[in-house]
Design a protein around this ligand. Structure first.
Ligand SMILES: *[C@@H]1O[C@H](CO)[C@@H](O)[C@H](O)[C@H]1NC(C)=O
Ligand SMILES: *[C@@H]1O[C@H](CO)[C@@H](O)[C@H](O)[C@H]1NC(C)=O
Length: 308
């Protein structure tokens, strides 16, 4: 008993530490900024839903799943609303997708939930930047930002541009990249709190979750289904582990050991069996892939895949 609880305490300490190192950069900005971001998240939602694009075009494909905080239908709705124009991603539905993914991770138990805290701080950083930009719009940038995506050279008044929802620097991944580059906010050599480097951290974590869900969706023709814990660790090793130190990798692997069994995932998304889980998760994975590929291309085109 004593040995067990000591081991548990050691693991908890490791994980608390991991929580702050996760995605490399939890210690690099002030908590007051972060908390302010939390308080204003709702405000940003209200500011940003005027774009019209986040009201999912497609039909509401899935029913809600009673008794669950995480709603796979909400996740899909947000993911499907994120791609915009030919190659862009809208930040508001992108961050809303992360809100739902954070609930997903939190439902996997306190161990993985600690990891999700770090992701929440990342989404707060971008939301905070978006709010600041809304409060202090730089009028001269608006027409250019507007034309990045629409190809529209039409220079409206500042108010018109704002009313259309396209003027915000943090409207989309590409507008954010463009504005931060132009304002000299992206540091390619030192760690900063730019939206771009923060997005890169989220982007890397998204690949991990995508791979994990993809693996959970796989149904082997013969042989047994592998445990979620094993699949999550494998997904991690192929993705995020490449960016983590030895210590963080060991701690992360401990976190995955405590992951629930497959039956838990059936209940989480309200399905009865592996076939149904597979169908559901495949849809989610496809939606994530579209968002991921677009973000990847935007970051790659701007040489931002290795921002410190
Ligand atoms: C945003 O959505 C909320 C509720 O969905 C609505 O009450 C509000 O008027 C919307 N805001 C804008 C600017 O459209
Ligand atoms: C995403 O990119 C990968 C690799 O480039 C490609 O194989 C895949 O088909 C792309 N998926 C989508 C939905 O664009």
């Amino acid at each position: 008993m004593g040995v067990k609880s000591k081991a548990a305490a050691a693991i908890l300490v490791l994980l608390l530490f991991l929580g702050s190192l996760w995605l490399q950069g939890g210690l690099d900005y002030h908590w007051d900024t972060c908390l302010k971001g939390y308080n204003q998240v709702n405000k940003f939602h209200q500011l940003s839903n005027s774009s019209g694009a986040d009201a999912a075009e497609g039909p509401r494909i899935l029913e809600g799943c009673p008794g669950q905080t995480f709603q796979v239908s909400m996740l899909l709705t947000h993911l499907l609303a994120a791609p915009a124009y030919s190659s862009d991603v809208l930040l508001q539905p992108y961050l809303s997708s992360w809100d739902e993914l954070v609930k997903f991770m939190e439902s996997l138990g306190p161990m993985v939930g600690l990891i999700s805290k770090e992701i929440e701080t990342k989404t707060s950083v971008i939301r905070q930047l978006a709010l600041l930009a809304e409060e202090n719009p730089e009028a001269e940038l608006s027409p250019d930002v507007h034309s990045i995506n629409s190809g529209n050279t039409d220079v409206g008044t500042k108010n018109n541009a704002e009313a259309s929802g396209h003027a915000s620097a943090y409207h989309s991944v590409r507008s954010m990249i463009w504005v931060e580059l132009n304002r000299g906010l992206v540091d390619f050599h030192h760690q900063t709190d730019s939206g771009c480097r923060t997005l890169l951290r989220l982007h890397r974590a998204l690949l991990w979750l995508k791979l994990f869900l993809e693996k959970l969706a796989e149904t082997p023709v013969a042989g047994r289904l592998r445990s979620p814990s094993e699949l999550c660790r494998e997904a991690y090793q192929r993705t995020l582990a490449n960016y983590h130190t030895w210590f963080v990798r060991r701690a992360a692997e401990l976190a995955f050991i405590a992951m629930p069994e497959r039956g838990f995932f059936f209940r989480l998304v309200c399905v009865q069996n592996q076939d149904q889980l597979s169908t559901m998760l495949t849809r989610v994975v496809e939606a994530i892939e579209e968002v991921y590929n677009r973000t990847q291309k935007a970051l790659e085109e701007n040489g931002m895949l290795d921002l410190p």
